[in-house]
Design a protein around this ligand. Structure first.
Ligand code: F6R
Length: 261
């Protein structure tokens, strides 16, 4: 795992955008990228939109979302499919038919989970999977206790996650759905390159647990330690509890030319 500690959230956004750009530009044909929603990747997404305006093309890109709320009607402004359309994929000129997410409005969410797992598995490989992390260490919506080998399924959000996400629902915790569909940690780990971005002090404990703690279902983000290609991009505040932050800074200032991420 490469830990990249940078001064500001904007710097983090640029590095995440660099990783996605390299995948998009480097592929000879079709490329699949995995997208997270939430606040953490937004600066990266803005950077990608700016690069698209400057000529970066996404015509051959297919996107797969990590997760979705259960029970929000299709088109609800806070459904993750709608958020990603609004924040990113429309601005990148992507055909909506190339943007896939779990169907949280399906009459049978269990069936929808299985269908989405089959779709993501059939589309593989995901070249780059963008991730955020919850304050409790969740990745996707794999809350603590999730199997590190899990596949796409229905999960029940913790009350902490519902409180954290109430800001997207006008501060009303009761409006945050209790259930979600999420790619499992095993599904996510099949991507070729995982790039996780976290900023702010509230993420510092989760970042330290994911990067330096024991590999445990109690911190789902610790599954990253089992993956061969992870870039963990954090600002100084989110790096605040990392014991090896100095080494990470040292590595960054001594990268070989062309070493990449
Ligand atoms: C969202 C997702 C979640 C978020 C996490 C952090 O698709 O997968 O794991 O990345 O809840 O959310 P923010 O970035 O809003 O702090």
């Amino acid at each position: 795992m490469e830990v990249v500690v940078l001064p500001t959230p904007e710097d983090c956004g640029r590095v995440v955008a660099d990783v996605v750009t390299a995948a998009v530009e480097g592929a000879p044909g079709e490329v699949i990228i995995g997208l997270a929603t939430g606040s953490s990747p937004l600066l990266a997404y803005r950077e990608l939109v700016a690069r698209h305006a400057a000529g970066l093309r996404f015509d051959a890109v297919t996107a797969v979302l990590l997760d979705e709320y259960v029970g929000l009607p299709a088109g609800h402004p806070e459904s993750y499919r709608e958020v990603i359309r609004r924040e990113l994929t429309d601005a990148l000129g992507m055909d909506p038919a190339r943007v896939h997410g779990p169907d949280g409005s399906a009459a049978d969410p269990l069936q929808a989970a299985g269908d989405y797992e089959a779709l993501v598995t059939g589309l593989r490989p995901v070249a780059v999977q963008v991730l955020g992390i919850g304050a409790n260490g969740h990745v996707g919506f794999n809350e603590p206790g999730s199997s590190l080998a899990s596949r796409t399924r229905v999960k029940t959000l913790t009350e902490q996650t519902r409180r954290d996400n109430a800001r997207f629902f006008g501060g009303d915790v009761d409006a945050v759905p209790r259930h979600v569909l999420t790619q499992g940690l095993g599904t996510i780990s099949a991507a070729e390159h995982l790039v996780l971005v976290a900023t702010g002090e509230a993420k510092a404990a989760a970042v330290a647990g994911a990067a330096e703690g024991p590999v445990t279902t109690s911190c789902p983000g610790s599954v990253l330690q089992l993956h061969p290609h992870v870039t963990l991009v954090v600002d100084e505040a989110a790096a605040g509890r990392l014991q090896r932050a100095d080494y990470a800074r040292y590595v960054l200032t001594h990268k070989l030319v062309g070493q990449g991420w």
